[in-house]
Design a protein around this ligand. Structure first.
Ligand code: PHE
Length: 404
């Protein structure tokens, strides 16, 4: 039965007491039933609406109806009731707002979810009694809301991967596609098909990590950790017919002791272009362009005679020193980065040796091509001014986050 304001006829103190008690109990009951913003609006209007709210009715049915001598006491009571009603309506609003915020936070799995849940639970435990935020939290399990939150820092691309992608990007723009091969290779792909015959001294230039216990297999099937990405040249040529233009990024392994410039694990990007009429000019033009794209257009390149079993002729590519601008001197002394030579050696390359075509069924009379291989860490070291290759592998976030 909803509460209605009675028309008073008896204005004695006990009669007033009982009317007031009845009204307050209705106020509490209706306040406790409020559980949404809409409920609260209806509750507020029912008690406070100017036209026919309970407070207005009190004026009409109690105050105005009171006989002259009793007016004072009735007036006082009505004033007190007005205060109580107004306060209760505000408190109900605060409780209702907090409850709805807490519910939406819980639904959204916000980090302060536990805090919100604590509020709702405390509010439910209070059994319909309205609570202010402070009261609710004082009844809740203690939560230290001043504790710092859990920071999720953004990851950064590893500088080796970043550099590798940059190198690949340069060649992608020239129409190269990307090929990958296994890190555990056979002797055949890592050496034999690349024109390193068994027992040839050129094998000694790469300190190889062999997989143990394979002596019973024929040499060419024995497994090892690839010492370079060049085996992917062979795998690519087995897979496709000329024209071939591929870059092959990946991890390689050598039995090298680690120091500031050596690591037993490092990365290379291999390149291979085979077509009709490819000449050393194409190789020079391609690598000159690539070095300018990676290090800036003022960089010069120089091709220095070298040897690799799978290229003939072979060359080492040097770039003009990016630290001293190729002068060999810096800050009034010799440039340390290029040992005063003005040049920095960066990669190996050459024209694919015709013997290699024999292993992949290409006709050396019809096709020609070039190959190159560059160390990714070495390029990253130069590009970013890193002074120790180990920094790439130690996993120290303070170093790595600088590349974000
Ligand atoms: N594979 C050679 C190395 O690791 C580099 C190279 C690749 C040289 C392609 C020539 C052609 O040293």
């Amino acid at each position: 039965m909803p509460y209605t304001v009675p028309k008073l006829t008896d204005f004695s103190t006990p009669a007033l007491d009982s009317a007031v008690r009845e009204l307050l109990s209705a106020l509490e009951q209706e306040s406790a039933a409020v559980s949404s913003e809409n409920d609260w609006k209806a509750f507020r209007d029912r008690w406070m609406a100017r036209k026919s709210g309970v407070l207005t009715q009190l004026n009409d049915l109690w105050l105005k109806a009171a006989p002259g001598p009793g007016k004072r006491e009735v007036g006082q009571r009505v004033n007190e009731l007005r205060d109580r009603v107004e306060t209760r309506v505000l408190e109900t609003k605060e409780h209702c707002d907090t409850l709805s915020i807490a519910r939406s936070i819980v639904d959204k799995r916000h980090p302060i979810i536990d805090l919100a849940r604590a509020f709702i639970e405390a509010s439910e435990r209070a059994g319909g009694q309205t609570l202010t935020t402070d009261e609710a939290f004082s009844k809740a399990e203690p939560v230290d809301i001043t504790l710092p939150g859990i920071r999720r820092s953004l990851g950064a691309e590893h500088p080796v991967i970043k550099t590798m992608n940059e190198i690949i990007g340069v060649f992608r723009n020239l129409g190269y596609s990307v090929e990958e091969g296994p890190e555990i290779e056979t002797d055949y792909y890592n050496f034999e098909a690349l024109n390193f015959p068994p027992n040839h001294p050129a094998r000694d230039t790469q300190d190889t990590l062999f997989i143990a216990g394979q002596e019973s297999k024929p040499l060419r099937e024995r497994l090892l950790l690839r010492t370079h990405t060049s085996p992917v040249q062979i795998r690519s040529m087995e897979k496709m017919k000329p024209p071939v233009r591929v870059v092959c990024p990946g991890k390689v392994h050598r039995n090298d002791a680690l120091d500031a410039t050596h690591s037993p694990i490092f990365h290379q990007v291999e390149g291979l272009a085979v077509d009709t009429n490819i000449t050393f000019c194409d190789l020079k033009g391609t690598l000159d362009h690539a070095m300018k794209a990676l290090f800036g257009s003022s960089v010069k390149t120089r091709f220095y005679p070298s040897f690799f079993p799978f290229t003939e002729p072979s060359a080492d590519v040097q770039i003009s020193c990016i630290f001293c601008g190729g002068k060999g001197a810096r800050d009034g002394g010799p440039c340390r980065n290029c040992k005063a030579s003005g040049w920095i050696e960066l990669l190996g390359c050459g024209m694919v040796d015709p013997n290699v075509y024999g292993f992949v069924d290409y006709d050396p009379a019809k096709v020609s091509g070039f190959a190159f291989g560059m160390g990714v860490e070495r390029i990253a070291i130069l590009k970013y001014g890193v002074d120790d290759i180990q920094l790439f592998f130690n996993g120290d976030v303070r170093f790595l986050e600088q590349f974000g």
